[in-house]
Design a protein around this ligand. Structure first.
Ligand code: CP3
Length: 346
C-alpha cells in the first residue's frame, strides 16, 4: 500500500503549506485517561510498556484508532536516556518520576556514561519501525526532552517547584552545569537523530520546565544546547517542533534556537504568540487541557476562538497547550478532534 502520510495535512502544516482542514493532535494523547491504556497498564509498568516495541506501538495507536488524530506520537518518555547514562529512576504513582542517584556534583557529571543509542535504546527505534509499517496516512512524531528540562529532573531528583538545585548549579558552578549540558546534549542528539533514521517523520523538542528561566539565563544556560539539537534534527530534513511551557517571554529566543513550528501553551492568545514568533514559522496549540473537562458548548467556543486567531494561515497545528490530563473525558477528546476538522474545513 502506498504510504500517503507525507502529503497529510499535518506534514503540510509543518512545512507551512496550505491544508484543506487544520490538523490536530494532543500532547500526551496516549495515557491513563484512556480505558484501553489502563487495561494494558494493569499488566505492565510504564517502563515495561516502553521496553516492548510491540506494546509501545500498540499504545501509540490507541488514540489514533479511538479519536482520529492527524498525527501519532511515539509512546516513550523524555527520561528514557537517563538509565543508559547511569542515572536510575522510577515512576512513582502520585509523585511522578523519582531519580535514585541525582546528578549534583562535578564528580556526578564526570561519571555520566556516553550512550550507544542503538544498543541501549534500540527498542524505541524498533517501535518506530513497527509503527511506520502500520501507519498508512498518519505521520509519526518522534521526540526528546530539551537539555534544560531533562537536566533539571536529573539534578532535582524529581518534580520541583523552584528548581533550587538546578539553578544553584547554573549560578554557583557554571562550569559544572555547562559540562553536564554538553554531555547530555550529545546523547540527546544521537537519540533524536536515531529516531529520525528509524522513520520518525517529524520530531518535537519538549522543554516543559523552561518557564522557570528568565530570558537572560535561558540564553546563556539553556538555549545553546537546545539549538544544537534543533540544528542536528533540522539538518536531516525533517520538520521540527519546539515546545515550551510558561515560555511566553522566551519565545523570541526559542525561535532563534530553532523549530519550524513553535508550540504555545494556553497562557498567551494564539494570535499574539504567533505575532511574537513571526509568520515565517508555524505554531502549535493552544487549548487549555482543563477545558476538556468542560461542556461541549464551552469547547466549541474555545475551539472556534483558537481557529479564528489562526485565521486559516498556513502553519497552524491544533493541540492542547500542555499534555492532556488524567481523567479527561474521552468523549470530549473525540469531540474536539471533530470540531477542529469541521470548523476549519475549506
Ligand atoms: O504524548 C504521548 O502520548 C507520548 C508519550 C509521552 C509520555 N511522556 C508517556 C508518559 C510523552 C511525549 C512524554 C513526555 C514527557 N514525559 C514530558 C514532556 C511533556 C510534558 O507533559 O511536559 C515530561 C515532563 C515527562 C516526564 C514524566 N513522565 C512525568 C512528569 C511523568 C509522571 C506524570 C504523571 O502524571 O504521573 C511521566 C510518566 C508518563 N509518561 C506517563 C505517560 C503516559 C504516565 C505514566 C503511567 O501510566 O503511570
Amino acid at each position: 500500500m502506498t504510504n500517503t502520510s507525507d502529503n497529510s495535512n499535518f506534514m503540510k502544516a509543518c512545512r507551512l503549506e496550505p491544508v484543506d482542514q487544520t490538523p490536530v493532535w494532543f500532547m500526551r494523547q496516549a495515557g491513563r485517561y484512556m480505558p484501553e491504556y489502563r487495561k494494558l497498564r494493569e499488566k505492565y509498568s510504564l517502563l515495561e510498556m516502553v521496553a516492548q516495541p510491540e506494546i509501545a506501538a500498540e499504545v501509540t495507536l490507541q488514540p489514533i484508532k479511538a479519536f482520529g488524530m492527524d498525527a501519532a506520537i511515539l509512546f516513550a518518555d523524555i527520561l528514557l536516556p537517563l538509565q543508559p547514562m547511569g542515572v536510575n529512576f522510577e515512576f512513582v504513582p502520585g509523585k511522578g518520576p523519582i531519580i535514585e542517584n541525582p546528578v549534583r556534583t562535578a564528580a556526578d557529571v564526570a561519571a555520566l556514561k556516553p550512550v550507544e543509542v542503538e544498543a541501549s535504546l534500540g527498542h524505541v527505534m524498533e517501535a518506530i519501525r513497527i509503527l511506520r509499517g502500520e501507519l498508512i496516512d498518519v505521520p509519526l512524531i518522534g521526540f526528546c526532552g530539551a537539555p534544560f528540562t531533562v537536566a533539571s529532573y536529573m539534578i532535582e531528583g524529581g518534580p520541583s517547584k523552584d528548581y533550587r538545585m538546578a539553578k544553584s548549579m547554573m549560578y554557583n558552578t557554571p562550569e559544572v552545569w555547562h559540562a553536564f549540558m554538553e554531555k547530555l546534549t550529545a546523547v540527546l542528539i544521537d537519540y533524536l537523530t536515531a529516531q529520525i533514521a528509524a522513520g520518525a517523520q517529524v520530531v518535537q523538542l519538549f522543554d516543559s520546565w523552561v518557564g522557570a528561566l528568565n530570558p537572560q539565563d535561558y540564553e546563556i544556560f539553556a538555549m545553546p544546547y537546545s539549538k544544537k539539537i534543533l540544528d542536528a534534527a533540522h539538518a536531516t530534513g525533517v520538520p521540527v517542533i519546539h515546545f515550551g511551557v510558561g515560555a511566553t517571554t522566551l519565545l523570541p529566543l526559542m525561535k532563534k534556537a530553532g523549530g519550524d513550528v513553535l508550540g504555545l501553551d494556553w497562557r498567551i492568545p494564539l494570535d499574539k504568540g504567533w505575532d511574537i514568533i513571526g509568520h515565517d514559522r508555524g505554531v502549535q496549540g493552544n487549548l487549555d487541557p482543563v477545558t476538556l473537562f468542560s461542556t461541549p458548548e464551552l469547547l466549541e467556543k474555545r475551539v472556534k476562538e483558537i481557529l479564528a486567531q489562526a485565521t486559516g494561515r498556513p502553519g497552524h497545528i491544533f493541540n492542547v497547550g500542555h499534555g492532556i490530563l488524567q481523567h479527561t473525558p474521552n468523549e470530549n477528546v473525540k469531540a474536539v478532534v471533530e470540531m477542529v476538522h469541521e470548523f476549519s474545513k475549506k
